[in-house]
Design a binder for this molecule. Sequence first.
Ligand code: NAD
Length: 484
Amino acid sequence: MVSRVIPVDEFDLVIFGGTGDLARRKILPGLYRRFCAGQMPETARIIGAARSEHDAEEFKSIVRAAIHEFAANHACDEQQIGAFLDRLDYVQIDARGEGGWKELKGMMREGVVKAFYFSVAPALFGDIAERLQSNGIADAESRIVVEKPFGRDLQSAKKLNADLAKHFHETQIYRIDHYLGKETVQNLMAVRFGNILFEPLWNSQYVDHIQITVAETVGVGGRGEYYDKSGAMRDMVQNHLMQLLCLIAMEPPSRFDPDAVRDEKLKVIRALEPIDHHHIVRGQYDAYEGEPSYREDAGDLRSRTESFIAMRCMISNWRWAGTPFYLRTGKKLKARNSEIAVVFKDAPHSIFGEEAGRHANVLSIRLQPNEGMTLKVTIKEPGPGGMRLIDVPLDMSFAEALGDDAEEITDAYERLIMDVIRGNQTLFMRGDEVEAAWAWTDPLIEGWEARADVPKPYEPGSSGPEDSMMMLHREGRRWREIKG
Ligand code: NAD
């Protein structure tokens, strides 16, 4: 199967924080892959802008090393790399200083798409936005891309939104949530709204419950002190898991267009009920075989920040009233696995008798590893043993279904950056969505802080604290196994 790569328009992309971890691991290798795929126009330009003192040649060496390290399995052809590096330039800029801005303005071309990626700490967003305008570098057509975390509560998110709104219109602001750039997430919309099969069943009448799991095997390691100020709720739930929940739960938008999709997601967030503390379980990983505990990693032996959270969310609307959405995410769990599982209700009556067994249909959408979808259906166990029912998966692995093209499923970052150049905001969060998500999360966090709630310990390599299992058991359900 030959994929169609439609080149994007001519562009100048400035990456603030171009020498940082995110730029080296994701943004620049991603751009290189798009270059190799023929999606970047030959004359597109990428300008690194950061505080560190480098010239263009040194920046190119940094990028060359990053490509070798992080795009290694992509044909690392020195000629291609050389041609890509020719597109690069560098300017030393302190986001809060005055030097470098005139030089940057001199580098930018007229008549091409201008995009500015803020891959720096959010505290610098306002300063950069202000200087881009006061130096006449950005225009009414320019786009800015901002990274997470977008605030740590409603108040700080509002301030960030207000700081950006002083200089850029909402249609120019691209708030990245890289989960939305994943192939499977977009496929989720294709499956829901491109087929007639699922949508009639997509409601509380037929769906028993939905599980969203984002499990990681790594701990917080060297980022412990930073992570300890946020925790799983702020770091993962408020953004990534809630975005997934919105895409699963939203009403069909009238068109696949940015505001139509984001309006529907916003309605879901606004319909989320408050959660009482019996339906939230927070955990912290223990020490294990010489590896430090969460508290040791965090550098605070009394830390009450969660490295794991499980919660039951309810949505107050006609489609979902009464259907629980169970969310969980954590560090140092059994396997690296991100999955959405739609667990359908049992058939209302078994014509085969109870001894044949009963099995619920489950649609599982895997985000990682091995992106794809599986629909568990019930069939007869083969052989002469009578009418016994078993589950078999109808499996759609994207890598298998799409052959060679899917060997390297486009990384979320590169897809999203190409969307920025195309001017398509569908997969980016709107300001009101982010604020609504914080408005829902803030009282939950305030609740456990007021109770001085202490997270439950859990063993690294497990599925999280026992209480998380109990939360579902009490309701006659169980978590799906976390499998790699
Ligand atoms: P980093 O510390 O590795 O890099 C920061 C970059 O910003 C460097 O290039 C540095 O030179 C530049 N910088 C710092 N202060 C500056 C200033 N005053 N003026 C100009 N440039 C300045 O950080 P990172 O890990 O690359 O993260 C960047 C942003 O992306 C942060 O907002 C972070 O939360 C977010 N993010 C990072 C990751 C990741 O995997 N690293 C993932 C998601 C979001």
